[in-house]
Write a protein that binds this ligand. Sequence first.
Ligand SMILES: Cc1cc2nc3c(=O)[nH]c(=O)nc-3n(C[C@H](O)[C@H](O)[C@H](O)COP(=O)(O)OP(=O)(O)OC[C@H]3O[C@@H](n4cnc5c(N)ncnc54)[C@H](O)[C@@H]3O)c2cc1C
Ligand SMILES: *[C@@H]1O[C@H](CO)[C@@H](O)[C@H](O)[C@H]1NC(C)=O
Ligand SMILES: *[C@@H]1O[C@H](CO)[C@@H](O)[C@H](O)[C@H]1NC(C)=O
Ligand SMILES: *[C@@H]1O[C@H](CO)[C@@H](O)[C@H](O)[C@H]1NC(C)=O
Ligand SMILES: *[C@@H]1O[C@H](CO)[C@@H](O)[C@H](O)[C@H]1NC(C)=O
Length: 580
Amino acid sequence: MPMLLLLFLLLSLVGLNDSSPPPQPVSCTNDTSDCTVTNAYGAFPDSSICHAANVAYPSTEQELVAAVAAAVAAKRKVKASTRYSHSIPKLVCPGGNDGTIISTVRLNRTVRIDAEKRLMTVESGMVVADLIGVAGKAGWSLPHTPYWYGLTIGGVLATGAHGSSLWGKGGALHEYVVGLRIVTPAPPSQGFAMVRELNAGHPDLDAAKVSLGVLGVISQVTLALQPLFKRSVTFVDRDESDLPAKVTVWGHLYEFGDIKWLPQERKVVYRKDDRVGVSSPGNGLRDSPIFRALPTSTIVAARAQAERLEKNGTDGERCEAQRQLAATDEMEAYGFTNNGVNFTGYPVVGLQHRMQASGSCIHSPEDGLQTSCTWDPRIHGLFNYNSGFSVPLSMAAAFIADVQRLRDLSPAAFCALYSSAGMYMRYVKASSAYLGKPEDAVDFDLIYFRSRTPGTPRVYADVIDEVEQIALRKYGGVPHWGKNRNSAFEGAIAKYPGAAKFLEVKNRYDPDGIFSSEWSDQVLGIKGSPSIVMKRCAIDGLCICSDDSHCAPELGYFCRPGKVYKQARVCAFEGVTTSS
Ligand SMILES: Cc1cc2nc3c(=O)[nH]c(=O)nc-3n(C[C@H](O)[C@H](O)[C@H](O)COP(=O)(O)OP(=O)(O)OC[C@H]3O[C@@H](n4cnc5c(N)ncnc54)[C@H](O)[C@@H]3O)c2cc1C
Ligand SMILES: *[C@@H]1O[C@H](CO)[C@@H](O)[C@H](O)[C@H]1NC(C)=O
Ligand SMILES: *[C@@H]1O[C@H](CO)[C@@H](O)[C@H](O)[C@H]1NC(C)=O
Ligand SMILES: *[C@@H]1O[C@H](CO)[C@@H](O)[C@H](O)[C@H]1NC(C)=O
Ligand SMILES: *[C@@H]1O[C@H](CO)[C@@H](O)[C@H](O)[C@H]1NC(C)=O
């Protein structure tokens, strides 16, 4: 079958080195004025476009202070933007249409590495790939980062981005921050902007470590290092029968453990991943297939196949596509090689900075878009939603049991996750950061098709949306600040016991809300709601439906209770009635 061959090809192409790095998120019609800003997908959840009056590219802290001061003096709204801007929600937009964007792309240097104190200070625009590379070369490790390394330290902190661990301080990068310098507004008498230095133990660090970018622009970050170590990784397949019990213990058993679940196949892939001594033999490397550059023609064809699977594919075809993807991933050892070239068997042992994250598609020189990251908006390639939510660890078993019941009622529905071959689970610990995780949690990631035409129903959206509502509404889960569609943020801030303290710091640092936007006010519960209620809003995840018009009744989609969680409200397909 050509379709399967194609999806197979997509994931099995290795060793492509030339590619176009992702585009810059800011573009201006007139040098540095009259600008738009977007994210790495070129699309926010509500399909809107963000405008700003101008952009500044400071390359020193002094220039950063001047840029903030100029914007504050002109009473413009401000937001930092980053090299590639990978957050999905509208975090990066300055409020209104005539704000200022301060890009951190030129703030990407290592300030110092203090070997004695085991500290590393970097500028906030430094990309995670460079951060872990510089540390590794100097003989140091950062224990946890997101798995995709095309993010900046400033952006990662803003959204609480993470890897996976329940050990020590857990899997979130912000837990390893021991100090930072942030530029905030100041009264005219102090020149409109000031640098605040938050050292270890400063109470405001718990606000600034996960800030949604609303406190000011972080200039420098100091991270606690660990002596260089290696990791030993093995993937094991199991059936799902004891998954509810396993999920609560797996993160305690292995320092970097995680789990992939294919509900349709009743199969689980457990990652055993532990720290080993730096002298253990092995030069392993992770180069995740989903973060590699591929030929544009392959990506475009894969997107066309996904569109066909949505439009008129059968359950059997979608499930087969998912099986093929899972089989290819497994055969490719999820992108791990034992020596940087070939996979010869588990365990794969390698240095932390070669194993913790990947993203080779950002690295290569411009090649006129012959190859690129698969989601590069310039080629109309893959386009997916990414729901990411953390369920309290104490609730994870019950949540999974509910999803299993839903799967039993709707056996083929989970093949709608064919783009990612299942659900990913990672561990994050409770944080002292006010907007960090309120409790130890399992973070679930679901990736599924997004149409380029707003308001287009998706296959089995009712089931996938019910899973999300079970997590967020029945089990008290919280959405990842840097992922998700609007509806996931409804009521989220109420689940953070530290929210009031966060707002106190925000009001003190930025009383006029220079760094606040419509979106940040909505998610922080300051003003308005993150949901957008209109015709077909639930189809695009902009609202949770409360009326049939929020679905697409004319196409046979109606607002109905969930199958397992009756309080859920989802757009279910019931067919079109012939009588008017
Ligand atoms: C392909 C892909 C893979 C991903 N993988 C993971 C993963 O493994 N784990 C995970 O947890 N998340 C992951 N994410 C989500 C991602 O980590 C977050 O959205 C992250 O915040 C994006 O970082 P960025 O540098 O691109 O920041 P941006 O998205 O550009 O910015 C995010 C916010 O931070 C603010 N900001 C940025 N820099 C500063 C600064 N210096 N000072 C103040 N505010 C600032 C911006 O104004 C904005 O509000 C992934 C996303 C994608 C698209
Ligand atoms: C372009 O920007 C310059 C300042 O950088 C300004 O003087 C000029 O008016 C702008 N032109 C337009 C068409 O906006
Ligand atoms: C910083 O960015 C510049 C310009 O994009 C790049 O040439 C340089 O290599 C980067 N520096 C580091 C340390 O990553
Ligand atoms: C599905 O749609 C494609 C093009 O959109 C068409 O070529 C194909 O024949 C259709 N298949 C079925 C089974 O309807
Ligand atoms: C990788 O495998 C190929 C094919 O088996 C072999 O020719 C090559 O020498 C291997 N390379 C390394 C570095 O092991």
